[in-house]
Structures are given as structure tokens and as C-alpha cells.
Design a protein. Structure first.
Length: 423
């Protein structure tokens, strides 16, 4: 790599990219992900804007800022700037703050805006995975204008490619740095024009008293455009989500993106504090046993046998006789939990698990003293009785579940092998 490739920006600009980071108070996670991100940036000149918001139970914004400064200060090619008051955590307000300051600096930026939230880490790909990534990208991009950024290339290599393709002319383009053939608020590089049109303008047009998720407001409409109007899309599956695992470990519940839910809350922020891992000893009684779901997915004719048991210190729900899916119970209270589905493949974007937004509660029936398990999901709410052993009358379900589970597992593996957009 030459000095011209890595360190220079356009003669009329100071930075090759502006990096915009909406962070929260989790410096222990930043200490893990930042070193690999700094290696990715290398010597490319960047302006790094960081907004730090507090989350419930973690109010030390200044301590998080100092932790950032300890890792980023003194690096010649990185110009760091903290924005936002950080008084009350809201992702919408943080995004607006970052977008407004980015707009002020765009004339000093040569290429585009790297949106990089604080909870993503870089995953090393093997040679075989890189070849597979090209195949998956091609198949995922059927019907889309999708290209390939240099697979697992650093920011300097992307700088060279973007200069060759787009320098000196206005263009809508986007580099997805995750395994998705879509514009999103996952790590990705927005062209300046795309950022102005689809981030800055929608945020400015949003009513002052309105509440919306920035990704729903800004990114989703881009993906819904007619093919001829969609931006040029490049894909390099470099980053993997570290925030979902951290949130489950720490006991933080992310917001529900549905507009009616956000409007009711009035802000886009972590909605609740639940018990972190290691604190589940306060659970009055863990649900352990067999349960028959007779109307799962809202279908009365569907019955499934599931078992809840302790595995490696965690409570897991599995369908008896079936290798997949497997669910992890994250306790939210003394008799409640949320279900997280374990990802089948380690290169999934949200590995190792993802929140299903399904809540479970349990209680003892006063008359029978048997445990009742309730499930609350988007398809409905129902309650069923737990049993210590599998009922003999339901034995016929086991081979059926084994076949269904095997098909689901193969479908998940096959789908993820052939598509970026399957998790």
C-alpha cells in the first residue's frame, strides 16, 4: 500500500470519509471492537463523529467519552468529535444530531459517510468463506444492481475502488459492510448524495413531535424504490452484530420498531432493564419440563411438543425430537422471559442468537399446583399446562417433529449458504 493510496484525500477536501457513530454507554464493548475497526481504517483520513447516549442503569456518558478518547486520540488521520448532549437516550435524536453535523462537514469529505454504530465487530473470513460470500452475494442480488467491494478489504482498498468508480461525479451508491443486499443502518458507506437525499432530508421533514425509527424512515424507502431508481449497491460482508449478544448478557431490551409502539413511548431507546445473565438466581421457579403447544402460530390444528431444560447454565427450549430450532430464555423478571433463537451458522449477521419478540410467563395454578406457561407473540396469546414427562398420547408427534425440524434446519443452512438476506 502506497502513501498516496492510504493517506491522501482529494486536494479540495480534508477527509476521505465521515464516520458517524451512535453509541451508548458500554465502554467494555468498545474496548473489544475498536482495535479491529482501527486496523480496518488504517491510514485513511477520516472525520469521526460520535454521539453517546445513556441507557437505563448506565448513565456514565463522560466515562464512555473518556474511554473513546483513550483509544482514538493521538491518531494522526482520525479527527474525532463528540456531538450531542447525551442527556436522555434516543436513537432518533442521536441520528438527527449526527446527520446535521455531517451535513455541515460534507464539503470537506471526498467520498461518503460511513455509518458505524458502536456494537459491530469485524469477523475474519477464511478463503473458502470469501468464495462462498461471492456466490451468496450474486444470488442475493438477483434483480438488484449489486456489485462486489474487495472482499474483506480494508478502508484503503475501498477508497481506491470508490475513487475509480465514482470520483468526480454525483452518484447514488451504497457499500453494505454486512451480509445484506440492502441499504440499512448496519455498518455501511453512503454516498454523499444518497445520505443527503435519504437520511438528512427525511429526518428534517419529520414533524418535531413525531417518533420513528431512523432505519424505517430513511433506509427502508430506498430498498422499496423501483430497480431503475435504486442506488448502485456494493457488498462486503465484513461486520457481525455484537450488540444483541451484549444486550442479552447485560439485560437490556431494544426498542420495538413498530410506529405505534414508538409513538406510545415517545422516544427510540432501550425500553426496559431486565435481569442480566448471572442474576437469574432471583427467578422464583424456573420452568422446566414438557409443554404441548396446541395452537402455536395461531393455528388450532397444529400441535408441537417442546421441552425446557437447563443447558450449560442457560434455559433452552427445544422441540422434542427436532434438531432445530433452539431457543434461549432470557429472563426478564422472576417469572417471565423473552425467547432468543440460536443461529444455525456462525457467519450469520446476528450470530449467536436473535430476539424473536416472543415473551413467556409462568405461574402455578392454585387448584392443581401445576405450572402454567403463557406465550405472548404477534400471532396471539395463549396459556398451556407444563408436564414433567412427555404425554404418551402425543408420542406420534416426535417423528413428525423430527422430520419438520430437519427440513427447517436444512432450509436455514441452505438459505443462508445461498443468500445474504437470511440472517
Amino acid at each position: 500500500m502506497t502513501c498516496d493510496d492510504s493517506a491522501r484525500s482529494d486536494l479540495l477536501t480534508r477527509y476521505a470519509f465521515i464516520i458517524a457513530t451512535a453509541a451508548i454507554t458500554r465502554p467494555e464493548l468498545h474496548r473489544v471492537v475498536l482495535p479491529e475497526i482501527l486496523r480496518f481504517i488504517g491510514r485513511v483520513p477520516v472525520k469521526w463523529l460520535i454521539n453517546i447516549d445513556p441507557v437505563p442503569g448506565r448513565q456514565d456518558v463522560e466515562g464512555t467519552r473518556q474511554a473513546y478518547e483513550a483509544q482514538l486520540s493521538g491518531i494522526a488521520n482520525i479527527d474525532i468529535e463528540f456531538v450531542g448532549a447525551g442527556d436522555e437516550g434516543c436513537f432518533l435524536v442521536a441520528t438527527k444530531t449526527l446527520a446535521e453535523r455531517t451535513t455541515e462537514l460534507l464539503d470537506e469529505c471526498e467520498l461518503g459517510v460511513l455509518w458505524l454504530e458502536d456494537d459491530w465487530h469485524i469477523r475474519e473470513l477464511s478463503a473458502a468463506e470469501r468464495v462462498l460470500a461471492r456466490v451468496r452475494s450474486a444470488l442475493s442480488g438477483l434483480g438488484k444492481d449489486v456489485g462486489h467491494a474487495p472482499l474483506h478489504g480494508d478502508l484503503a482498498s475501498k477508497t481506491r475502488q470508490l475513487r475509480q468508480q465514482f470520483s468526480g461525479r454525483s452518484a447514488d451508491w451504497y457499500v453494505a459492510l454486512v451480509p445484506r443486499t440492502a441499504v440499512s443502518f448496519n455498518p455501511g458507506i453512503w454516498s454523499k448524495q444518497l445520505f443527503l437525499t435519504h437520511v438528512v432530508e427525511p429526518l428534517a421533514a419529520l414533524a418535531a413531535d413525531a417518533t420513528d425509527d431512523p432505519e424505517t424512515l430513511c433506509a427502508d424507502p430506498v430498498n422499496q424504490l423501483q430497480k431503475a431508481s435504486q442506488p448502485r449497491l456494493l457488498v462486503d460482508p465484513l461486520f457481525q452484530d455484537a450488540g444483541r449478544f451484549w444486550g442479552a448478557e447485560e439485560g437490556l431490551v431494544k426498542w420495538d420498531k413498530r410506529r405505534e409502539q414508538l409513538s406510545a413511548r415517545g422516544k427510540v431507546s432501550y425500553a426496559d432493564v431486565r435481569m442480566p445473565r448471572g442474576a437469574d438466581e432471583v427467578v422464583v421457579e424456573k420452568p422446566v419440563g414438557v409443554v404441548e403447544f396446541t395452537n402455536l402460530f395461531g393455528r388450532n390444528y397444529l400441535s408441537f411438543l417442546a421441552r425446557i431444560r437447563e443447558v450449560g447454565g442457560r434455559s433452552q427450549l427445544t422441540f422434542i425430537g427436532s434438531p432445530y430450532p433452539v431457543f434461549d430464555l432470557a429472563y426478564t423478571g422472576s417469572s417471565s422471559a423473552e425467547l432468543y433463537i440460536l443461529k444455525a451458522l456462525p457467519w450469520a449477521r446476528t450470530f449467536p442468537f436473535e430476539n424473536t419478540r416472543v415473551a413467556v410467563q409462568w405461574r402455578r395454578c392454585e387448584l392443581s399446583n401445576k405450572m402454567l406457561l403463557g406465550v405472548d407473540s404477534r400471532v396471539g396469546t395463549f396459556e398451556t399446562e407444563m408436564q414433567e414427562k412427555m404425554p404418551l398420547k402425543a408420542l406420534w408427534l416426535v417423528p413428525l417433529q423430527s422430520v419438520i425440524g430437519s427440513v427447517m434446519y436444512l432450509r436455514e443452512v441452505y438459505g443462508t449458504l445461498l443468500s445474504f438476506d437470511r440472517g
